[in-house]
Design a protein around this ligand. Structure first.
Ligand code: NAP
Length: 248
């Protein structure tokens, strides 16, 4: 049997980068997946490629109304949601604290932090109907330590918040058979990384004990495991996937 048979998953930010990789692996392992993103063209193309077990819905994760519409559509298409991957995120401007505008701070926190709350708020009632759930919140090593180079204070704040919200929700909903974990990637080769660096993150390799940037699929392997029943006793935990960077 495939590892995600019987799973109905929402993956946000699925039109490119790690979200695309997660969606491909989830469908390959038997899940029914709703891919969401603000980028409709790429999202629809990916859903077409994935076949009947992948559907795309346009979704701005910073809108709670959008979240309710997504959960409603998923229930109509596939039944109650039992997996949520809160993956969508933005880096925002790479600048120091005194130069970061209030609007940019709010925008980063809205997409990276408030949207994770909205996602859990809108999806947990569906998981309660399902009687089981796994929520995987994508944070960053910037949610563990603040000293790896370029992210702004807003990015660090939002990713630390995701780590804390994950633990709070895990404690609240453990008794209802809903697990909640955070994932903390290091340097992963995605469009976000390419756009943020001049060298596809190449300069960072000297800081990485394994000496290389990761392929998105390496993170998908961890996300898939946490979504699956193989991780049945794992909740409220932070899962670092950074080739040893934060061990230093
Ligand atoms: P990416 O390549 O930029 O992909 C992110 C996707 O999220 C894009 O398709 C983007 O759409 C979408 N998105 C942005 N804002 C959205 C919104 N408001 N509503 C819905 N979708 C939205 O990023 P990635 O590198 O795959 O990152 C995925 C997650 O991992 C993020 O949470 C990121 O912070 C985290 N992370 C990344 C790294 C890394 O090294 N890449 C490391 C640690 C953590 P548009 O293209 O239309 O904006």
């Amino acid at each position: 049997m495939a590892r995600l048979t019987g799973k109905v998953a929402i993956i946000t930010g699925a039109s490119r980068g790690m979200g695309t990789s997660h969606a491909e692996k989830f469908v390959a392992e038997g899940a029914k997946v709703v891919l969401t993103d603000t980028n409709e063209v790429a999202g629809k193309a990916l859903a077409d490629k994935l076949g009947p077990n992948g559907i795309f819905i346009r979704h701005d994760v910073s809108s709670l109304d959008d979240w309710y519409a997504v959960v409603d559509a998923v229930e109509k298409a596939f039944g109650p949601v039992n997996v949520l991957v809160n993956n969508a995120g933005i880096l925002g401007p790479v600048t120091k604290t005194a130069k970061l505008s209030e609007a940019d701070y709010m925008k980063v926190c809205s997409v990276n932090q408030h949207a994770v709350f909205f996602g859990m708020k809108a999806t947990i009632p569906s998981m309660l109907k399902a009687g089981i759930g796994s929520i995987v919140n994508i944070s960053s090593i910037a949610g563990i330590v603040a000293n790896y180079g370029f992210p702004s204070i807003a990015y660090v704040a939002s990713k630390f918040a995701v780590r804390g919200m994950t633990k709070a929700a895990a404690i609240e909903y453990g008794p209802k058979n809903i697990r909640v974990n955070s994932v903390h990637p290091g340097f992963i080769l995605t469009p976000m990384m390419v756009e943020a660096t001049d060298d596809n993150g190449g300069n960072a390799t000297s800081m990485i004990p394994l000496g290389r940037i990761a392929d998105p699929g390496e993170v998908s392997n961890l996300v898939l495991f946490l979504a699956s029943d193989e991780a049945s006793y794992i909740t409220g935990a932070e899962h670092v996937i950074d080739a040893g960077m934060t061990a230093q």
